[in-house]
Design a protein around this ligand. Structure first.
Ligand SMILES: N[C@@H](CCC(=O)N[C@@H](CS)C(=O)NCC(=O)O)C(=O)O
Length: 210
């Protein structure tokens, strides 16, 4: 049975899962849960947090995009480098470290910049410029650390691309194309990494909609 992704095309986390499917070469069917319906009883039954995406893999349902991607890579992506395939504990630890710093050192700031800058007009209120300045300053300092890491490794967890790299895609892409920020181009190693990542066919296939 074809993998089902419940979500909506523009959803950042839905596009992450879709990009991972493309990396693996795994077919999926997007079952539309429009944004206003994320808190519907039907969606809450699938995801108690009232969010998307959720997958249905032949009757097995799972929510939380990063966990979904790890599950899909482990089950269907053995021919890829998306998660470590060896039993080498250190390789796993470095991968988990990169997955964790994406979430806590990058997503935390990039997501809030996007929300402040792009989503508040819909609420409606003006972006809080003071908050934005602080978020950008913190993100810049985090990207200094990224540049050091990427001076020693081609990808964030080593010499091969992993989920840790792919998890950056939706919000980094939004920063560059919608917020109009050049933070990803200012540092040589980050720029080299980002430009290769964003050009991947997997992301190009879903960047405008899962
Ligand atoms: N941690 C969740 C976040 C999911 C998330 O924030 N989804 C958004 C769409 S991109 C959503 O459903 N937002 C509606 C809401 O939170 O009410 C994941 O990674 O799957």
């Amino acid at each position: 049975m074809v993998l089902i992704i419940y979500g909506f095309p523009a959803s950042t986390c839905t596009r992450t899962v879709a990009a991972v499917c493309k990396e693996i070469g795994l077919e999926y069917k997007l079952v539309l849960v429009p944004f206003p319906e994320v808190k519907s009883a039907e969606n809450l039954a699938r995801n108690p947090f009232g969010q998307v995406p959720t997958i249905d893999d032949d009757g097995f349902e799972l929510f939380e995009s990063r966990a979904i991607c790890k599950y899909l890579a482990a089950k269907y992506g053995k021919h890829t480098t998306l998660i470590p395939t060896s039993q080498d504990l250190q390789e796993w630890a470095i991968f988990e470290s990169a997955v964790n710093f994406e979430q806590h050192q990058f997503d935390e700031y990039a997501r809030n910049i996007a929300i402040e800058k792009l989503f508040t007009p819909y609420v409606p209120q003006q972006p809080n410029e003071e908050r934005l300045t602080k978020l950008f300053a913190t993100l810049e300092s985090k990207l200094e650390a990224y540049d050091k890491i990427l001076s020693k490794r081609k990808w964030l967890a080593g010499e091969n691309i992993t989920l840790a790299d792919l998890f950056h895609l939706p919000f980094a892409y939004m920063l560059e194309t919608k917020v109009g920020s050049d933070v990803l181009q200012k540092r040589p190693n980050v720029a080299r990494w980002w430009n290769e990542l964003v050009g991947r066919p997997s992301w190009q296939a879903v960047k405008d909609g899962a």
